[in-house]
Every structure is written in C-alpha cells, then in structure tokens.
Design a protein around this ligand. Structure first.
Ligand code: HEM
Length: 155
C-alpha cells in the first residue's frame, strides 16, 4: 500500500472509531437502530396520510426496504459504509409525495423516539439528523428556482 492510501485508510478508520464512540456515549447501537426502524415503519403504515404513499410504492418489497433503512441509519450513525444507495433518486416518482408530508414524517419519528429512545441525547441526535436529511430531500425533490424570483415576491 502506498503512503497516500495508507493515510486515507487510517483517516476513514479514525472517523469510524470516533462515530462509534460518540454513538456509544449516547446509548445508540445496532440493536436500537433495528428497533427504531421496525417501530417507526410500523407506525408509518398505520398513519393515514403517510401509510398509503409508502405502501403503494413498497407493496411486496417491505422486508427489503426495512433492511435498507437499517443499513442507512447504521451508516449515518457509525460511518461504517453499510449503505451505498441514492436516497434522492429513490424518492423520485413516489406517487402522491408532497412537501407537506415531510413535517408529518418528522412528527411521527419524534413521537416514536419519545416512546423508545434510550435518552434525550439519542432522540436529539436522530431528530437533528432526520431534519437535516428531510430538508435536503425536500430541496432536491421540490425546489423550484422560479419561486425564488424576486419579481414574484414583489407581486
Ligand atoms: C414524507 C416523507 C417521505 C416519504 C413519503 C418517503 C418515502 C419513501 C419510499 C416510498 C421509499 C422506497 C423507494 C423504493 O424503494 O422504491 C423510500 C426510501 C428511502 N427513504 Fe424515504 N420517504 C420520506 C422521507 C424520508 C426521510 C426524512 C429520510 C431520511 C431521514 C428517508 C430516507 C430514505 C432512504 C435512505 C430510502 C432508501 C433509498 C434506497 O433505495 O436506497 N426518507 N422513502
């Protein structure tokens, strides 16, 4: 291995170790991520506005989606590269997806964390992360530069 590659490998390992330590300090482990994903998507399905939007797209593919979401949260929490998908592309063309659904998603996520998170710090970490990603997905999916036109704002 050349020096540059060695340096990069050490850097990635250091990032991962730090993430693991940070998550451990606030009580987040793989078992909790599994429980969170199972509980949250169970509630998503039962929520009258979110449930049908998810189920229309995922009917017959729920087990695969659950595994993907566990890998996704594991990758975000532990920086372990467990997830290699493309979230923006995955949400393109989801029928009846609207920006208004995002606050509902976040509200349900917060309520789920209130019930099962090991402590307030863990809830705060998941919420800050989900809010950041929700904002970024909302912009990628719905941002329309025309609506930022100052002329429109004056009108
Ligand atoms: C109202 C809000 C949302 C709706 C309706 C929604 C819906 C969906 C649906 C239907 C899929 C499955 C796509 C497919 O496999 O065909 C999906 C995948 C996914 N969603 Fe969401 N989602 C929402 C918000 C979020 C948020 C806030 C996050 C992150 C915190 C997120 C992360 C993901 C990820 C990582 C995948 C898997 C992508 C892949 O296939 O690699 N979603 N979502």
């Amino acid at each position: 291995m050349d020096n540059e590659l060695q340096g990069r490998t050490a850097h990635v390992a250091a990032i991962r170790e730090r993430a693991e330590a940070e998550m451990k300090a606030i009580g987040i482990d793989e078992t909790f991520i599994g429980k969170l994903v199972d509980t949250f998507y169970g509630r998503v399905l039962a929520q009258p506005e979110l449930g049908p939007v998810f189920d229309a797209r995922l009917s017959g593919r729920w087990p695969e989606h659950m595994e993907k979401m566990k890998s996704f949260w594991s990758a975000v929490a532990f920086r372990n590269g467990a997830y290699g998908g493309k979230p923006v592309q995955a949400h393109l063309g989801v029928a009846n997806m609207t920006p208004e659904l995002f606050p509902k998603w976040l509200e349900l996520f917060a309520a789920t964390l209130d019930d099962i998170a090991p402590n307030d710090e863990a809830k705060a970490w998941f919420m800050a992360t989900a809010e950041r990603i929700a904002k970024s997905l909302t912009l990628s999916l719905f941002y329309n530069p025309a609506l930022d036109d100052p002329a429109l704002k004056r009108a």
